[in-house]
Each structure stands twice: as structure tokens, then as C-alpha cells.
Write a new protein. Structure first.
Length: 398
């Protein structure tokens, strides 16, 4: 438990991510540190059953802390910074799990053999349920806020591009590529520099400027990662400002294509600023419990409690609160939006219909084939006709 607390302090306060400071992690770091310290104090005072159960859960979580963050970055780039204390958390967590299993197995030896093994079977079942319902979403939120793609992919944009950088409103330096515009309009393809290359290449082929960049905490960009994109609108707003200042771009001809979480972030950005003139949102779904509560039927019953834990964990690990729900934000969008909904989709993608219904401006809807963000491969000609045609109408025909 001491090693777990050490890694939390190292990660949040001693060696924070480039572009961030200890103050950016104050609330979440203190909560995590207090958890490990208080558990270490309370551990010998607890009953054996609770002591063993907590040891298993916390031990497994420490293994995720080490493997999901330090293990990943060590594999990609070699260990550095807080990776060393993160790697120490792996054997410490495994030791805790072993202690917990031993404690549960040896506690309450009295009674008949049948009763002892029935109790152990019930404990095992309870642990499995707890692992799925509580530990898994909590551990997922840790990985979502501590690990992102560590490398910059090979550019395959089909056009000459520039290496560019720009700064967010909270002082982070973001790195990316930009294909200059030939028609006075430019489109942000988001998030990252891997998956968004396909729509960027398509749009560049039609004369549009195309901007791709590593979001905060990813690749060569500064900041803390958050795969749910809670602070992503700051990154997109900085990208919009960069494009509006370009001599090859008309300030009123900046649009965006967002894939998955990128689609969610672009919807939020469109609700918060009118400088983004047109949006293609593909595969938007859930990023917190604020979206999960708008699901229907069984999906709502299953996803809401799980996403409540993911949301709470993400809030602690990111020292941040979730953004407003996308149903409410979509109701504030007045710019043209093309909503693309995969059939079948994933990650609450059925909510795209509700975002479409809520939007107030000109809007189009396409139930596309190919699965989550797969329309460009499954129906390339229709994708080109719909997406390029949408931007032609909304950014060029003014």
C-alpha cells in the first residue's frame, strides 16, 4: 500500500506530465493518496473477511496502475519519469492479491467441511461480481486518464503537409500536421493523427485544408491524457484559432470531422462557439454517466451504474468534472451538422439519434454501414458523396 501511495505522489506531484503542474492534480492526487494511507492504517483493524477482500481488490487495481500506464509506456519508449514507481506497483499488487486470497481461505476454519467450502464458493462468486461491476470500470477509468498513444503514426495524407503546433487556452502545446487549403476552407480531422488520416486525405484531395493533431497527453502533445475527451473542446478551439489565423483559410470556412470521441468533442465545441461553421460527427456515444442516463431499455439499466463508476473514477484521476451532457449541448447547436450513426454501433452510439433530434440548426443524418467509424471503408463512394458534399454546401457555397 505504501508503494501504491508512492506512485500516486510521484505521478501527480513529483513528476507530472509535460505542460502540467502538481496544482493541476491537487484534488485527485490527495484523494488517491488519502485512500492508500487510510487503508494502510485501517488494514490490521479490519475483520479477516473484509481485510482479504480489500487486499484482492486493491492489489488488482495496483497491477492495473502499473501495467496499464508504466508497463505500456515502458514497452513503447522505455521507462522514464514515474514509470519506475509504477512498475514497482505491479509486484506489490500481486503480493496484496496473494495475501488477500490466503486470508480469505484460512479465515473461519470452524464448522463442517461443507459449510466452509460453501462459504468459500459464495465469497468467490461475490468477488467475481465485484470485479466486473466495481473494479473493472474503476480500473478502466484509470487507464483512460493515464495512457494514450505514445507515438506519432506514419503520415499517409496523399498531399504535402506542414509540421505545426499551437497552444490551448490552458497553456498546453499541441503538435500536428496541416495540409494547406486550396479552396479557402479547412477542416479539423479529430482526434489524433491515426484514424482521422482517412477523412483528412479525402478532404485534402478535394482542395480542403486538413488539420490533424495529437490531442493533449498523446503523441508529441503536452498534457494529461483523457480518452473520454473531457477537456477536448479546448484542444479543438485552439485548432480553430490556428486555422482562422492562416492566410490560406477564410475565417468563416472552418469545419470539423470527429470520429467516436472526436464526434462528441466536436458537438460540444459547436455548442460552445460559432467559430466552428460545420461539423461531421461520426460515432458519437457516451463519455460520462450524463449521457448514459439517456439510453433506453436494458442498455440504460446496464450501462448507467457502470458509467457512474467510470465517471467517478475519471473525475478523481483527472482532477476534473465531466462536461455537460451531449443531449443538452446538442440543443444549443445552430451550425449545420451531419450525424453519422453506425449500424450496428458501439459505446452508446444509438444516442446519436437523440443528439440529432436535439440539434437546432440545419442537420443531416446517415445510418451508415461498416460498424463504429467504419463507413469510409464500407461505403467509400457514399461517404465521399455525403461528407464532401456536406462541406461543399456549408463551407464553400456561402
Amino acid at each position: 500500500l505504501g508503494i501504491g501511495a508512492l506512485h500516486v505522489v510521484d505521478d501527480n506531484f513529483l513528476q507530472p506530465e509535460p505542460g502540467t503542474s502538481a496544482g493541476d492534480h491537487l484534488v485527485g492526487g490527495l484523494i488517491q493518496t488519502a485512500f492508500f494511507v487510510s487503508l494502510a492504517w485501517a488494514y490490521p483493524r479490519l475483520r479477516p473477511g473484509l481485510r482479504g477482500t480489500l487486499a484482492i481488490f486493491v492489489g488488482l487495481f495496483m497491477v492495473v496502475m502499473g501495467a496499464g500506464e508504466a508497463g505500456y509506456y515502458t514497452r513503447e519508449n522505455g521507462p522514464s519519469g514515474d514509470d519506475y514507481t509504477g512498475l514497482l506497483a505491479i509486484p506489490a499488487g500481486l503480493l496484496l492479491v496473494g495475501i488477500g486470497l490466503f486470508t480469505l481461505w484460512t479465515s473461519r476454519k470452524g464448522g463442517s467441511l461443507i459449510r466452509r467450502y460453501a462459504r468459500r464458493a459464495a465469497l468467490a462468486l461475490g468477488l467475481l461480481i465485484g470485479l466486473y461491476v466495481v473494479l473493472y470500470p474503476f480500473a478502466e477509468s484509470y487507464v483512460l486518464t493515464h495512457a494514450a498513444r505514445a507515438y506519432v503514426p506514419t503520415p499517409q495524407l496523399g498531399a504535402t503537409f506542414e509540421e505545426v503546433s499551437f497552444t490551448t487556452s490552458d497553456g498546453l502545446q499541441l503538435q500536428g500536421w496541416y495540409v494547406p487549403s486550396k479552396n479557402g476552407a479547412a477542416v479539423i480531422s479529430f482526434p489524433g493523427r491515426k484514424g482521422p488520416q482517412k477523412p483528412a486525405r479525402l478532404l485534402a484531395g478535394h482542395g480542403y485544408g486538413a488539420l490533424l493533431f495529437d490531442r493533449r497527453g498523446e503523441g508529441e502533445s503536452e498534457g494529461d491524457p483523457n480518452a473520454l475527451g473531457w477537456a477536448g473542446s479546448r484542444d479543438v478551439k485552439a485548432a480553430i484559432a490556428f486555422l482562422r489565423a492562416r492566410p490560406d483559410v477564410d475565417r468563416d470556412r472552418v469545419g470539423g470531422v470527429g470520429l467516436s470521441v472526436g464526434g462528441e468533442v466536436l458537438l460540444q465545441t459547436a455548442a460552445e462557439t460559432d467559430e466552428l461553421k460545420a461539423v461531421v460527427s461520426e460515432g458519437a456515444g457516451m463519455r460520462s454517466v450524463r449521457e448514459a442516463v439517456h439510453l433506453s431499455g436494458t442498455d440504460k439499466i446496464v450501462a448507467t451504474p457502470v458509467f457512474a463508476i467510470v465517471t467517478a473514477g475519471t473525475a478523481v484521476f483527472a482532477s476534473d468534472l465531466p462536461p455537460r451532457g451531449l443531449t443538452d449541448l446538442s440543443a444549443e447547436i445552430t451550425q449545420p451538422v451531419l450525424f453519422i450513426h453506425a449500424t450496428p454501433g458501439q459505446g452508446g452510439e444509438t444516442l446519436t439519434e437523440k443528439y440529432y433530434d436535439a440539434a437546432k440548426g440545419p442537420k443531416e443524418y446517415w445510418a451508415a454501414p461498416g460498424g463504429h467509424t467504419g463507413a469510409i471503408d464500407a461505403a467509400p463512394e457514399e461517404y465521399e458523396r455525403r461528407v464532401v458534399g456536406f462541406f461543399d454546401r456549408t463551407l464553400l457555397d456561402k
